[in-house]
Design a protein around this ligand. Structure first.
Ligand SMILES: [Zn+2]
Ligand SMILES: [Zn+2]
Length: 86
C-alpha cells in the first residue's frame, strides 16, 4: 500500500470504515495535497527526546517537518523511541 501523507505531516497508516486514510497520531482524515508535500531530500530529523539525528523520512515515528525553519542548522523532529512508547 502506498504511504499517504496527511495534512498534519504524518503518514495516514489508519483506514476509516470507508477505507479512507486516517492519521493515528492526531486523529485527522485530511490528506495533504501533492503541492503541500515537502521534499525531504537531504534533510535531517532530530529526536525531540535524546537529540539523535537521522535522515528525515515521513515514516519516522512522530515525524514533524520544520517547514518554517527551513534553513541550515535546523532539523525536522521525530521520536526515536529512546524513552519508550508509553
Ligand atoms: Zn497527524
Ligand atoms: Zn531519542
Amino acid at each position: 500500500m502506498d504511504e499517504v501523507i496527511m495534512k498534519c505531516g504524518h503518514i495516514g497508516y489508519g483506514r476509516t470504515a470507508e477505507g479512507k486514510p486516517y492519521c493515528l497520531v492526531c486523529d485527522c482524515e485530511e490528506v495533504a495535497d501533492e503541492k503541500d508535500v515537502i521534499d525531504l531530500t537531504g534533510r535531517k530529523a532530530k529526536c525531540s527526546s535524546c537529540g539523535h539525528i537521522t535522515n528525515s523520512s515521513w515514516s519516522l515515528p512522530f515525524f514533524s517537518p520544520r517547514e518554517e525553519f527551513n534553513q541550515s542548522g535546523e532539523y525536522d523532529s521525530y521520536y526515536c523511541g529512546c524513552g519508550g512508547w508509553d
